[in-house]
Design a protein around this ligand. Structure first.
Ligand code: PXG
Length: 464
């Protein structure tokens, strides 16, 4: 038997990892040469690696550790639930207390008539549920031809065959036979990269109206739903111009189109409200949730469904569900996470303290010679790196070359700040303090300076 402790030398752990562990979204051959960084502990907003480095995690894990690491209460709740009822299903006319309590709590927090929860184990699973649910909804309403779901290029909705098809990541579609039929993608509202000479608000309207054009082109009788993240996360924290969402809402209202807000990143305080659609004034029929629901302490996701849609679905057996739908341990952990978010007024901390402070510091990064635009909503932000701000130019090098260099500098400076192409993104734990934000910004500036120097040295400061 292989016994692994934190005291095993890093190189040996890396060798075992390289020999047996296939990493997601990774060129594993390349990684095995280099060796993965091994994270051993975490507390608050800090990670510790096997070499003892203290790293400020400005990504909250993978956009999920909203309450920060190391909350003992969640560990205790999990242990208690495992002793009492580690598992039972919710399929055959049974239920259990954690699933009941969590569904009721989510219904209380969700806006409008979003009062019904279908649980899943992840965001991907929840979006698979959504694909089947909206199509089944229209079939039950006597309109089975309404099966097309409209989504956006550069959206991320998960990695299963269904949710990956909903997403608009061309690199994913190129592998493994995606997308599935009847998914249609329109352009994203990314003004910095795609807006050309158009004023931002006009561009926002134009991109929203692509939804209307698609509905008219496909035929209203073919379209089931439109799905979008309130703020695109994995696509690079793309914040739509202000004109975009009101127009999208108008179009969904005008045509018989269900609106699915993918709140997997935006939900549970990330934008300063419980849900991103409250921040952006969107009225969805379904919301996808995961990540911040449990602050990542246990895998759980779900779909929050309007009374109208749920009542139609209730008219028939919905042949769908997962072994771990509403898993009692995950549900108990999520419930405790929501209690902490609520009782410690963490959303208030975001709105009144952390987000205004971070916004001011983040937007000041545009003073740096490499930084074009800075975007931020609540506690998710991005900066676009550019060789020429006035022209909003992309680099001549392959997209992501510069972003990767910057990310490597950040890692070396004990900061987790990710890159998506040549945009740098952050999504720190919501509990981050102003002092910790100062450290985040200090390390980001140092990394940008070092990146700039490296680009000069390597002669990479050219526009495409
Ligand atoms: N919707 C959105 C908006 C997401 O961001 C999912 C659905 C899928 O959730 P699961 O739990 O199945 O992963 C996500 C996940 C990245 C990255 O590189 C982002 C996600 C996942 C993995 C990597 O930023 N988001």
């Amino acid at each position: 038997m292989t016994v692994i402790t934190n005291h095993m030398p890093t190189a040996e752990l890396q060798a075992l990892d390289a020999a047996h562990h296939m990493h997601p979204f990774t060129a594993n051959g390349e990684l095995s040469q280099k060796g993965a960084r091994i994270i051993t502990r975490a507390d608050g907003v800090h990670l510790t690696d096997s070499e003892g480095h203290q790293i400020l995690d400005a990504m909250a894990g993978l956009w999920c550790v909203n309450i920060g690491y190391g909350r003992e209460e969640l560990a205790e709740v999990a242990a208690r639930q495992m002793r009492e009822l580690p598992y039972y299903n919710t399929f055959f006319q049974t239920t259990h207390v954690p699933a009941i309590a969590l569904a009721a709590k989510i219904a209380e927090l969700a806006p409008g008539d979003l009062n019904n929860v279908f649980f899943a184990g992840s965001g991907s699973e929840a979006n698979d549920t959504n694909i089947r649910m909206v199509r089944h909804y229209w079939a039950l309403k006597g309109k089975p031809s309404k099966s097309v779901i409209i989504s956006r290029k550069n959206a991320y909705h998960g990695s299963s065959v269904g949710s990956g098809s909903l997403g608009g990541m061309s690199g994913m579609h190129a592998q493994g036979g995606m997308p599935i039929p009847d998914i249609h993608h329109i352009n994203q509202p990314n003004w910095w990269a795609e807006g050309g000479d158009m004023p931002q608000e006009e561009f926002g309207l134009q991109r929203a109206r692509e939804l209307e054009e698609a509905i008219l082109e496909l035929g209203e009788d073919r379209v089931a739903a439109f799905i979008a993240e309130p703020v695109q996360g994995a696509g690079g924290v793309i914040v739509a111009p202000d004109s975009y969402w009101p127009e999208i809402q108008r179009i969904c209202d005008k045509y018989e189109i269900l609106l699915i807000a993918d709140e997997v990143i935006c939900g549970f305080g990330r934008t300063g409200n419980w849900f991103g659609c409250e921040t952006l004034n969107i009225r969805p029929d379904i919301m996808t949730i995961a990540k911040g629901l449990s602050s990542g302490y246990a895998p759980i996701g779900g779909s929050i469904v309007s009374d109208e849609v749920a009542s139609v679905i209730a008219g028939d057996e919905f042949n769908h569900g997962y072994t771990y739908s509403g898993h009692p341990v995950a549900a108990a952990v999520a419930l405790e996470n929501l209690r902490i978010l609520e009782e410690e007024n963490i959303l208030g901390h975001v709105r009144d303290v952390a987000a205004p402070y971070l916004k001011q510091k983040w937007e000041a990064l545009t003073d740096h010679p490499l930084v074009g635009e800075a975007k931020i909503v609540g506690m998710m932000g991005s900066i676009a790196l550019t060789p020429n701000k006035a022209a909003r130019a992309a680099f001549a090098s392959d997209a992501g070359t510069v972003g990767y260099i910057c990310r490597e500098r950040c890692f070396a400076n004990n900061l987790v700040m990710r890159h998506v192409g040549d945009r740098m993104i952050i999504s720190p734990p919501l509990v981050i303090t102003p002092e910790q934000i100062d450290v985040l910004i200090e390390r980001a500036v140092k990394s940008l300076d070092e990146c700039y120097a490296e680009l000069k040295k390597k002669d990479l400061l050219h526009s495409a």
